[in-house]
Design a protein around this ligand. Structure first.
Ligand code: SAH
Length: 249
């Protein structure tokens, strides 16, 4: 019943959210709320900004190029995802969009496109991918939006690796081996983590040798079949969330 009382439309804004605040709308937001969703003055919207939880708001002014929302009450506190980064090698555009959307829905805290030896795309549209993460958060009820970084070289990230963060290296060369997740879950629970998924061409021998030698790396198999990179992302986050993340709470 609680959910029914809250606004069905959720909108991400950058403005601070708090009691008594009013939030100005830009042209795109006004178009979405009043043009697409047909809201009028007095209509209800739920707002979040990734920092202040979710707030119920009412349309105070509605125009073609802007508008104002008045905040009522907080309907949910900020809920942070676990400290999990997803590192993935970007693939074709639609599949990369899918990866970002699914990682945001499933509870990654940071999404990092990485350039590996066999990565085809040299560039990613960071703003587009970030917009996909925002949309995913709007539709799945999240109050946090993961940051999507620009493309980073795998070598560089590994060289600057943060102290204490563990890396789940999904290695297609481990295909068919036991996943290895149970051992990890038993020994490494309360740490920050990252998952690494390679491109369609997989990892090079040089990358595999380097990754396997790093002290923070844990090799994981995703079963006896070769998964496409986008499937591998969903499978790996599922495994991690189930064993170590916020699905076990
Ligand atoms: N072209 C490669 C497969 C790449 S699949 C080959 O033929 O071997 C894309 C990525 O998904 C891989 O780099 C790996 O990170 C992940 N992946 C896919 N299937 C996997 C499996 N069974 N175990 C572990 N990782 C897997």
């Amino acid at each position: 019943m609680y959910a029914l009382m809250n606004a069905k439309i959720r909108l991400y804004v950058e403005h601070p959210l708090g009691a008594g605040q009013s939030v100005p709308l830009n042209r795109d937001q006004a178009h979405y709320l009043f043009g697409v969703m047909r809201l009028t003055v007095g209509g209800a919207v739920a707002l979040f900004n990734g920092r202040d939880g979710e707030w119920q708001a009412t349309v105070a002014k509605a125009g073609k190029r802007g508008g104002v929302l008045a905040l009522n009450t907080q309907s949910a506190p900020l809920q942070m995802p676990p400290d999990l980064w997803l590192l993935f090698a970007p693939i074709k555009k639609a599949r990369t969009d899918f990866i970002v959307e699914k990682a945001a829905e499933m509870g990654a805290a940071r999404i990092v496109p990485v350039q590996t030896d066999f990565t085809n795309s040299e560039r990613v549209r960071q703003d587009r991918l970030q917009a996909h993460a925002v949309e995913a958060a709007e539709q799945c009820g999240a109050t946090f939006v993961p940051e999507v970084t620009g493309l980073q070289k795998l070598d560089r990230i590994l060289a600057d690796w943060p102290e204490g963060r563990q890396l789940m290296f999904c290695d297609e060369a481990a295909i068919g081996a036991p996943s290895g997740m149970a051992d990890i879950a038993a020994t490494h629970s309360a740490k920050p983590w990252a998952i690494l998924i390679g491109p369609e061409g997989g990892f090079s021998d040089a990358e595999r040798t380097r990754l396997r030698a790093l002290p923070f790396t844990h090799i994981i198999s995703l079963g006896p079949r070769i998964l496409r990179a986008d499937t591998a992302v969903v499978a790996a986050i599922t495994l991690w969330q189930h064993a170590l993340g916020d699905w076990q709470q």
